[in-house]
Structure formats: C-alpha cells, structure tokens
Design a protein around this ligand. Structure first.
Ligand code: PLP
Length: 361
C-alpha cells in the first residue's frame, strides 16, 4: 500500500497515525466489544470518548472556561444561517460582514435572508487576492456581530491579524485555518469550522462560542438550530456525529503529541514558506496572492503557460501527487497543505515542480 500525497482542499488528508489507530480500534474499541460506530452516544464508553475529545481540544486551543464547545452537523454552511438566527435577537437587525472571497460571499448571501447586511470592507476589486486594511473598515457600532473569514480556502488569502471589533462580537469561519496556528480564542465571540479540512472527517462541525451569546435565538428558530439546545445538552440533544467526533479526538491527541499549536504552527509556516519560495523563485509559476496575506493552508498557483496545466496534473498524479487542480473560479493549481500533509509531501511537490519546469521551459 502506498498513501498518496493528497492536496485536496477538503475532505483532506488525515494523519496516517490517526487512521492506523482507528483501524486498530475499528472492531473492538478498548475491549468494549464494539466499534465506536455501534456505541450508544449515551453509553459510558462513548461519553468518555466525547468528553476526552473536548478536553483535549480545550487544552490544545487553550479555550477559556466561558466558551462552550459544540459538536454539530450540517457543515460550516449551516452556520451561515445559524449565526444570524442565534445572534440577531435583542439587536437592531443589523450585522457587519467582511468580503474576502467565495466563502465570505456565501455567508453574506445567507445572512441577507435574516437581516440588513453591512459589507464593511471588501477585496473584490483586487479579485480577492488581498485582505482589506483594517483602517478602511466601516464598522457599525450597532451591528449584532462582525463576521469574517480568516482563511479563504479558494483564494488562498489569510489574515495574519485579528480585527479588534470592540464590544461587537467577532465571528470567524475558521473552516480551513483552525488548529493551524495558535489563536487567542478570547478575541472572538464565536469560531466555527467544518471538520473535513483540519479536524477530522466530513460530517462534524465545530462551534466554539462565548456563553453570553447563547440563548437568545430569534423567534421561530427551530430547536435544532438553536445553540442553546446543543449547549444545554453537551451536543447530545439528538444523535451527534459519533464517529467523526471520535476521530477528531484522535486528531487532537495527535496534535498534542507533536507538541501542540506552537509546534504545528512552526511546521506549517515552514511547509508554506518553502512552497511559496519555489513559486517565487521561478518564472514558470506564479502566485496571485499578495505576499502579506498568503495562506499557510491553501496555496493557489498558476503556470505561466496554462496550456501545460493538463500535463502538469497528469504527471503530478503519476508521482502520487493528487488533487492539485485549482478551483474552477480561480483556475491553475491549488495545493492544500493542512496539518496532516507531511512535510515530505510538500518537498515531493516542490521537486516535481522543478522537474516539470526544467522539462517544459
Ligand atoms: C469548506 C469551507 C466551508 C464549507 O464547509 P461545509 O462543511 O462543506 O459546509 C465554509 N467556509 C470555509 C472557509 C470553507 O473552507
């Protein structure tokens, strides 16, 4: 068996060590005589798995006690609606959004179904290759919250700073950047992420939300879409995505073993820097993204001669480097190098790029 280096934006690679452990525990978890998939979510075995995963995440991200961690379903996309449903009541029916690309736009479109959306800043003029400077943001002090996308997965644009929105809660779609570097959770009202990029398998959605933002959903919000429902029931109001939660727990343990967020960040920065250096050092490849806001996780690049795209992808795949095709809206290539992409995978991509350039220049 050879595992390929899979550069998919999501679902993405999982650490081999995690998959091997899951395999070992597949038929019989810790002498329980059951697979995790077969356990009652209310049984003592599963309750211990769930609690341990949350404890490890809290440790790894240093999550303050006044934040709840929710293990939900519906993907980050459901959060685009749950956020306005849960955060607008008591306010003036207004929310601030920053538009830095494809995912911001989807969040904005959904919020418009519930309230007046004020787009406080946008990088659309630059085709989303940068992030708008904070001193240009037109924040509204009456907004119920400010929403932004710290890492745009498609454009490969990442904030290297956290906006200071004062008393207005800051809400962040961290789907493709969570757990990639240390973050100060206390600066946020809420953080959310679909699991399939840096957490675990698809089907699990993580929400980290400050206590005081829970419990005041707008009238008519279905029970399943209220954060309070999940917060008051330890995310077990209904059957949670049990296996995804378990696998996420194994990933959190794996992060701890590597040395936690600062060790992970060091590796991620090194991986990203060497790939950007390979792109910048050549006249064959190009990165469209402003140097100041280049993502550590998703690295789009183009070939100067787009006629070679097909050959590039084909020959990369022959070397076990797969899913490098860029998003259809951007074109070219995109290498997603989340935590589970080994550094050797990035090295293999770089040497293939050099070889391909030499053969085609
Ligand atoms: C992948 C992604 C989403 C969508 O996630 P789903 O879990 O598929 O709903 C939303 N936002 C960002 C930033 C993403 O990378």
């Amino acid at each position: 068996m050879t595992r390929k280096y899979n550069f998919s934006a999501g679902p993405a690679m999982l650490p081999s060590a995690v998959l091997a452990q899951a395999q070992e525990e597949m038929l019989d978890w810790h002498d329980s005589g059951m697979s995790v998939m077969e356990m009652s979510h209310r049984g003592k075995e599963y309750m211990s798995i769930a609690a341990q995963a949350e404890a490890d995440l809290r440790e790894v991200m240093d999550i303050p006690d006044n934040y709840k961690v929710l293990f939900l379903q519906g993907g980050a996309s459901s959060q685009f609606a749950m956020i306005p449903m849960n955060l607008l009541a008591g306010g003036k029916g207004k929310a601030d959004y920053v538009n830095t690309g494809a995912w911001s736009k989807k969040a904005i479109a959904e919020a418009k179904r519930f309230c007046d959306v004020n787009v406080v800043a946008s990088s659309e003029d630059s085709s989303f290759t940068t992030v708008p400077a904070f001193d240009t943001w037109k924040l509204d002090p009456d907004a119920s919250y400010v929403h932004y996308t710290p890492n745009e997965t498609i454009g490969g644009v990442e904030f290297s700073w956290i906006p200071d929105t004062g008393d207005v809660p800051l809400v962040a779609d961290m789907s493709s950047t969570i757990l990639s570097r240390p973050i100060d959770v206390s600066k946020f009202g809420m953080i959310y992420a679909g699991a399939q990029k840096n957490i675990g398998p698809a089907g699990l959605t993580l929400v980290i939300i400050r206590d005081d933002l829970i419990g005041d959903a707008i009238e008519g919000t279905p029970v399943m879409f209220q954060y309070a429902t999940h917060a008051n029931n330890d995310s077990m109001y209904n059957t949670p995505p049990t296996y995804g939660w378990y696998l996420a727990g194994l990933v959190f343990k794996w992060i701890k073993e590597i040395g936690g967020m600062s060790a992970i960040a060091e590796i991620n920065e090194r991986k990203a820097n060497k790939l950007y250096a390979a792109i910048d050092d050549s006249s064959f490849y190009n990165s469209p993204v402003d140097v100041e806001c280049r993502s550590w996780m998703n690295i789009p690049f183009t070939l100067k001669n787009a006629d070679l795209d097909g050959a590039f992808l084909e020959q990369a795949a022959e070397k076990g480097l797969i899913t490098l095709k860029g998003h259809r809206s951007v074109g070219g290539m995109r290498a997603s190098i989340y935590n589970a992409m080994p550094e050797e995978g990035v090295d293999a991509l770089i040497s293939f790029m050099k070889e391909f350039e030499a053969n085609n220049s």
